[in-house]
Design a protein around this ligand. Structure first.
Ligand code: 13P
Ligand code: SF4
Length: 319
């Protein structure tokens, strides 16, 4: 039995972590968390990963309930893959500026002007955009997927222009880019990054490909959140300047605690390197979602079925 405290409208147990573990057993639930979640959520999760890892987990889990500690498009992706499971998102307002930068009606019009193009969409998009795509990719496999497409096939790449530019540079392919971006990864200041490099000449810069080219050109290593984590663990270097959402530092510190991790500086004096959408989820909301089995992610079946095809292609092409 837990002693209950009253918050504004919900009784919260004192030991939230134990209560969440108990609910996991009761519901046969799995908690999947993205690296950009606050540390407390990462520590209670059954699996922590980047978008590709989380999609793979969602595709293979035998749990009845998936509690997605991430943003809306990620929970939607889990629902696309698991129509018969209950998929919960602690806060339905946890959206994504990048997904929002690609409204489905505008994208449909853009696609209609380029009917000969194959559409490769970054997983950071709504189910409606996925349903209009031929293949989905993540930051882990975007280069690998584009490389598998015959050279003569024109490609639309949506919605992240920064990842698109990075893929173009890596593959030598000319991609038709949708003009979308992530507010968090566009926050870093090149001038402040250069100052930081001067102060820490021993540190290597690692960056996520959603960053602008002005930041990526200073990076010793570019990769998805999982790739950045693996790199900092395996590298003989002892210090890193990290240009991505700062939630990843928690796992970096846990997995190689002796090393130094310095968050790359935002242009403003703000915490803009924390994703405001990801951070809407809290341990309290995670508990309440499990307790109340709500908010639930639902999708019109025709959208889900259309969005599933390009997801499956991604999973096959990056197996
Ligand atoms: P990855 O999980 O692929 O590294 O992408 C980062 C991101 O912005 C998720 O919203
Ligand atoms: Fe979207 Fe950027 Fe937040 Fe990722 S970090 S969820 S791309 S706004």
């Amino acid at each position: 039995m837990f002693t209950a405290l009253r918050s504004s409208d919900t009784a919260l147990p004192l030991d939230l972590v134990s209560a969440i573990q108990e609910l996991k057993r009761e519901l046969n639930a799995v908690v999947l968390a993205h690296y950009y979640q606050e540390s407390e959520i990462q520590d209670v999760a059954d699996y922590i990963g980047d978008s590709l890892g989380l999609s793979r987990q969602a595709a293979s889990t035998d749990a009845d309930v998936i509690v997605f500690a991430g943003v809306h498009f990620m929970a939607e992706t889990a629902k696309i893959l698991n129509p018969n499971k209950l998929v919960l998102l602690p806060d339905l307002e946890a959206g994504c500026s990048l997904a929002d930068s690609c409204p489905p009606d505008q994208f449909a019009a853009f696609k209609a002007v380029h009917p000969d193009h194959l559409v490769i969409s970054y997983v950071n998009c709504t189910a409606a955009i996925k349903a209009m795509s031929d293949i989905i990719c993540t930051s882990s496999n975007a280069v690998q997927i584009v490389q598998q497409i015959p050279a003569e096939q024109p490609i639309i790449f949506a919605p992240d222009k920064n990842l698109g530019r990075y893929v173009m540079a890596q593959t030598g392919r000319d991609l038709l880019l949708w003009d979308g971006s992530c507010i968090v990864h566009e926050t870093f200041s090149e001038r402040k990054l250069i100052d930081l490099k001067v102060q820490h000449p021993e540190a290597e810069v690692v960056a996520h490909p959603e960053c602008e080219p002005t930041i990526l050109r200073h990076a010793h290593f570019v990769g998805s959140t999982t790739a950045l984590l693996n790199y900092t663990q395996q590298s003989p270097k002892q210090a890193f300047i990290v240009a991505t959402e700062s939630g990843i530092l928690h796992q970096m510190q846990k997995q190689a605690p002796g090393k130094t991790y310095i968050p790359a500086p935002p242009t403003q004096n703000c915490a803009c390197n924390e994703c405001p959408y990801m951070r809407l989820n809290t341990l309290e909301k995670l508990y309440t979602a499990m307790k109340e089995r709500s908010p639930e992610i639902t999708l019109p079946e025709e959208v889900r079925v259309a969005a599933l095809k390009p997801m499956e292609r991604m999973l096959e092409m990056s197996a």
